[in-house]
Ligand binder design. Structure first.
Ligand SMILES: CC/C=C\C/C=C\C/C=C\C/C=C\C/C=C\C/C=C\C=C\C(=O)SCCNC(=O)CCNC(=O)[C@H](O)C(C)(C)COP(=O)(O)OP(=O)(O)OC[C@H]1O[C@@H](n2cnc3c(N)ncnc32)[C@H](O)[C@@H]1OP(=O)(O)O
Ligand SMILES: Cc1cc2nc3c(=O)[nH]c(=O)nc-3n(C[C@H](O)[C@H](O)[C@H](O)COP(=O)(O)OP(=O)(O)OC[C@H]3O[C@@H](n4cnc5c(N)ncnc54)[C@H](O)[C@@H]3O)c2cc1C
Length: 627
């Protein structure tokens, strides 16, 4: 399905800007468009799709999110409800539920987070108590904090959801498991008996995603509604544990992988808007006898924006690489081979945080680079920021995920010191961590980032060990050292991002035309040089860079900005976003930003009349002292 067909759907695009709709109208409008969109698309992901097809699906997801300037109330149906059926259902359950879900006969969401718990899954309080007499589970929300809170589409859209609940059998807890629960009548859409539903209210963004709350009052579901691929409850109430309790966390790993490519797309959108605007905007007169220059010719503007282009490329390359790993680990899991799951989890726990941290910061920088017009909602930079910054929190809050990655890094390092071999993306930790002399080449700088990671990991392990020697419990030692544990994870994530971007580009370089290869490798060079300068403190401490080397790096960085400048507009045009997708007065291909700003301004309801009724009602009596 290409953009053209999607965008030609009659009525999909708005005549009234969403900004001027009420909270309720925004939701109703997004449902109208989601239905139009899905009627046309009518396809969702399945496990047999190729990596390329999956990325195209993610592209479609972006198309939808772009069209809505926010996200769709169907978002969770595609990105978590269906993947959970695929990953947690038995063959029979998949057979039955995938048909209904893929045909959009039902709309689902993923209800895990509760009012009282989001990060700590093992603390979730929603109960699923097995009743062997009726072969049913009784779902119950014992206290307010156990209400499901946040799931997208839960409030008024979904009629089914995956509920992550604590399984009790004969009074014994067996941990958190997924349950397929119908929450609304398929004919009337009324909440079923024993089910309380509602919307959680207005948010910074995601205001068309219909995030909701869900409470159960002893609501019964049949035994076959527990998704039993990884663990089972037999009719008599016998619990059969899965091979690894973390397999129930599988959907979250999948979405974390998806988020890395989502950040590539979001950042590409924002920098397309900001860079195109910077090409048409002229301001100031540094040379008295010359016209005002394009603001894109200010090096400070290039510094703000070109890294965003390179970062979008870097995230995309890393996302495709990570997706391949996810895909092969998923196949291994299907055959019961679990030993690569910890590495996948650790990688996702590094790349999801770093891509969301960088993308959020760089999208905001794109807005800031556009002056006042960047502050307009019609520029679509604020909304893009709102979507991106949510990913810092959802699918595993970034700090928590970086600490998860630190668990794996500490374990790998301690094992290495004891002589255990390191493997995969952590193999470099066994490398030489002493840098004799600074090597300013791209590969040399990437190697320095690996040395920084080795040194940060080894030093935080030493801190942990010293705390434990001093008598602290492992948990207290961990908490005390946690700032530097997250720093060690970030250093590892940086090393992975840089080396994968470089190696993936090297693989592709051979098939690129020389001019294209030159430009794309300039972006790799810019990315590596930018981060070496951003992390110059680490380089000075661990990678024996000298002040002379830093001076050289700075000059190289400035030269790279100048080299990229002639191709900058072409590089964002190459992202190939149509105007309707950018949905931005500043980013349109024709560069008519001023005309579009005025056109959008005139759509404000306030401009429908020259004098607003409040003049006669309030202002005039006020100004006449008669109020
Ligand atoms: C029309 C529109 C169509 C489509 C959509 C449009 C647009 C979308 C576009 C793109 C999609 C991209 C994104 C959007 C999709 C969704 C986002 C929207 C909604 C968001 C949803 C959510 O947020 S769902 C809820 C997410 N919640 C979390 O992630 C909770 C985070 N917490 C945890 O994961 C866990 O609590 C914990 C890992 C922090 C701790 O777990 P715990 O059980 O307590 O474990 P520990 O005791 O700490 O032990 C840790 C050991 O367990 C191993 N482990 C942990 N997790 C995993 C795992 N997942 N896999 C494997 N192993 C795991 C860990 O390695 C430790 O092992 P040790 O050996 O060290 O012991
Ligand atoms: C836009 C949006 C959409 C969402 N959609 C869904 C959805 O569809 N389905 C769903 O189930 N959930 C959804 N969520 C919820 C999301 O998954 C949670 O918000 C997230 O897991 C964080 O949990 P929390 O909000 O309870 O924050 P908490 O876990 O309470 O964290 C709050 C703060 O405490 C810190 N903290 C917590 N634990 C630790 C720790 N162990 N060590 C150090 N610091 C810690 C965190 O770093 C964070 O800074 C959504 C959230 C957002 C923002």
């Amino acid at each position: 399905m290409d953009e053209q067909k999607v965008l030609s759907i009659k009525g999909l695009l708005d005549d009234t800007p969403e900004e001027y709709l009420s909270h309720k109208e925004k939701y109703e409008n997004s449902i109208r468009k989601s239905v139009l969109f899905y009627k046309t698309l009518h396809s969702t992901e399945d496990e047999n799709m190729s990596v390329d097809e999956k990325t195209k699906l993610n592209f479609r997801n972006i198309v939808t999110s772009a069209i809505f300037k926010d996200n769709s109330p169907f978002m969770l149906h595609n990105s978590m409800f269906i993947p959970t059926i695929m990953g947690q259902g038995t063959d029979e359950q998949r057979e039955y539920w995938m048909k209904r879900a893929k045909n959009m006969e039902i709309i689902g969401t993923y209800a895990q987070t509760e009012l009282g718990h989001g990060t700590f899954i093992r603390g979730l309080e929603t109960q699923a108590t097995y009743d062997p007499d009726t072969e049913e589970f009784v779902l119950h929300s014992p206290v307010l904090s156990s209400y499901k809170w946040w799931p997208g589409g839960l409030a008024h859209t979904a009629n089914y959801c995956i509920v992550m609940a604590r399984l009790y059998i004969k009074g014994k807890s067996h941990g958190i498991h997924p349950f397929m629960v119908q929450i609304r009548d398929e004919e009337t859409h009324m909440p079923l008996p024993g089910i309380k539903l509602g919307e959680i209210g207005a948010k910074l963004g995601f205001n068309t995603v219909n995030n909701g709350f869900l409470g159960f009052e002893n609501h019964r579901i049949s035994r076959d509604r527990m998704l039993m691929k990884n663990a089972q409850v037999l009719k008599d109430g016998t619990f059969v544990a899965g091979s690894n309790s973390k397999l129930t966390y599988g959907t979250m790993v999948y979405v974390r992988v998806l988020i890395v490519s989502n950040m590539a797309n979001m950042l590409a959108k924002a920098v397309t808007i900001a860079l195109r605007y910077s090409a048409i905007r002229r301001q100031s007169q540094p040379k008295p006898d010359e016209p005002e220059p394009q603001i894109l010719d200010y090096v400070t503007q290039q510094h703000k924006l070109f890294i965003a282009i390179a970062s979008s490329h870097a995230f995309y390359m890393n996302a495709m690489w990570l997706w391949e790993i996810y895909y092969s680990v998923s196949l291994q899991l299907a055959s019961g081979k679990l030993d690569n799951l910890p590495e996948l989890h650790a990688l996702a726990c590094c790349l999801k945080p770093l891509s969301t941290i960088d993308a959020t910061a760089m999208i905001e920088k794109c807005r800031l680079a556009c002056g006042g017009h960047g502050y307009m909602l019609s520029a679509n930079l604020a909304q893009t920021y709102g979507l991106a910054t949510a990913a810092y929190t959802y699918e595993g809050e970034n700090t928590v995920l970086l600490l998860q990655a630190a668990r794996s890094l500490v374990k790998a390092w301690v094992g290495h010191v004891k002589g255990r071999p390191l493997k995969g993306t952590m193999a470099y930790l066994a490398g030489d961590s002493t840098v004799k002399a600074w090597d300013g080449s791209i590969d040399g700088i990437i190697q320095s980032f690996k040395v920084v990671a080795i040194r940060k990991i080894s030093s935080v392990v030493k801190i942990l060990q010293d705390y434990e020697k001093s008598g602290l419990s492992p948990e207290d030692a961990w908490n005390k050292a946690s700032v530097f544990l997250t720093a060690a994870s970030e250093a590892h994530g940086r090393a992975v991002l840089l080396s994968v971007y470089k190696s993936e580009m090297d693989k592709r370089a051979a098939v690129l035309s020389p001019p294209l290869r030159k430009v794309l490798l300039q972006l790799v060079d810019l990315y590596v040089t930018y981060w070496a300068l951003e992390k110059v403190g680490d380089m000075l401490l661990y990678a024996s860079i000298t002040d002379k080397d830093v001076d050289e790096l700075q000059r190289r960085y400035i030269e790279l900005l100048a080299a990229i400048r002639p191709n900058a507009v072409g590089l964002v045009d190459a992202f190939d976003f149509r105007d309707e997708i950018l949905n931005s007065t500043l980013g349109a291909y024709d560069g008519r930003a001023y005309e579009r700003l005025m056109e959008e301004a005139m759509k404000s309801p306030l401009n429908a009349e020259p004098v607003n009724q409040t003049f006669h009602k309030y202002l005039k009596p006020f100004m006449r002292g008669k109020l």
